[in-house]
Design a binder for this molecule. Structure first.
Ligand code: HCB
Length: 215
């Protein structure tokens, strides 16, 4: 019976149904299922499946976006309950992410943040138009493992380099990995500015993040 519920949770993510996911999360709590089990044995299974399908070209961006929305809806019910009960979800690592100063594109960045969070990372999303110093301050404050920097404009991608340079100056560069992304970003740009990795999509970003922290 519980197994059947877990499968339905995973399916709600695969189908990209936020309302269904939220309802299943509420039902899980009402019937005494541990919120952490609902996440790990139910919803995350759906995220993993969607990730695999996206990688092999069986699912596309709109489906990924909807899966992300469904995951957010489930987490919006389960995470507050976990906090209330004092349960902490084992975190794979901590990521501070944002879109650089001067840039307000947030669709890709938010998708990366959602997928990282759904995959088990603790994510601090700073939003858009984020000044260089704010990435560093937040990373220091939350003891981040990774800073994720998004830039969609050729005029703003230079700020990714500014974050890497500022991180070096702060003395934190040896502790914190940097992952860059956004439409104009290439592996060659990532190498040039001294970032540790890049990905052209959110599923790839989860893989890069895991690799950067040695999983
Ligand atoms: Co915007 N815009 N835009 N735009 N915009 C682009 C980016 C252009 C390429 C369109 C074009 O000219 N062909 C272009 C940039 C050209 C250039 O710099 N060479 C452009 C321009 C010029 C502008 C304005 C300057 C237009 C104007 O006002 N004259 C203006 C800039 C405003 C500003 O930021 N200061 C502007 C505004 C807008 C909006 C507001 C209308 C809207 C943004 C809405 C929003 O984000 N809330 C918008 C949009 C939607 C786009 C396009 C059409 C889509 C971007 C997008 O969301 N893609 C884009 C054209 C394009 O990119 N093909 C166009 C989908 C997401 C899922 O992909 O690449 O963002 P993504 O993210 C991926 C990937 O890169 C990676 O994973 C993500 C998930 O799959 N990734 C990371 C991203 N961040 C990562 C971080 C990591 O650590 C790791 C991986």
């Amino acid at each position: 019976m519980t197994e059947e519920r877990f499968q339905k949770m995973a399916q709600s993510i695969i189908d990209g149904e936020p309302e269904e996911a939220e309802q299943l999360a509420r039902q899980a709590l009402a019937s005494g299922i541990d919120p952490l089990d609902a996440i790990n044995q139910g919803f995350v299974m759906g995220v993993n499946y969607v990730g695999q399908q996206f990688e092999c070209g069986e699912m596309y961006l709109p489906e990924l976006v909807m899966a992300g929305e469904a995951m957010k809806a489930a987490l919006s019910v389960l995470e507050p309950e976990m906090a209330r009960r004092g349960i902490t979800r084992e975190s794979l690592g901590t990521v501070v992410i944002g879109t650089v100063e001067g840039d307000i594109h947030d669709i890709g960045k938010t998708l990366v943040a959602t997928m990282l969070s759904g995959s088990g990372f603790k994510v601090y999303d700073l939003g858009v138009n984020v000044p260089v110093q704010k990435f560093i301050e937040k990373a220091r404050q939350v003891n981040a493992d990774i800073i994720g920097i998004s830039a969609l404009l050729t005029t703003t991608m230079v700020k990714q380099k500014a974050v890497v340079d500022e991180l070096k100056k702060s003395g934190l560069r040896t502790k914190i990995k940097v992952m860059v992304g956004g439409a104009p970003v290439t592996q060659s740009w990532a190498n040039q500015i001294g970032a540790d990795g890049t990905s052209e999509d959110a599923i790839g970003a989860v893989g890069v993040a895991k690799k950067l922290i040695g999983i």
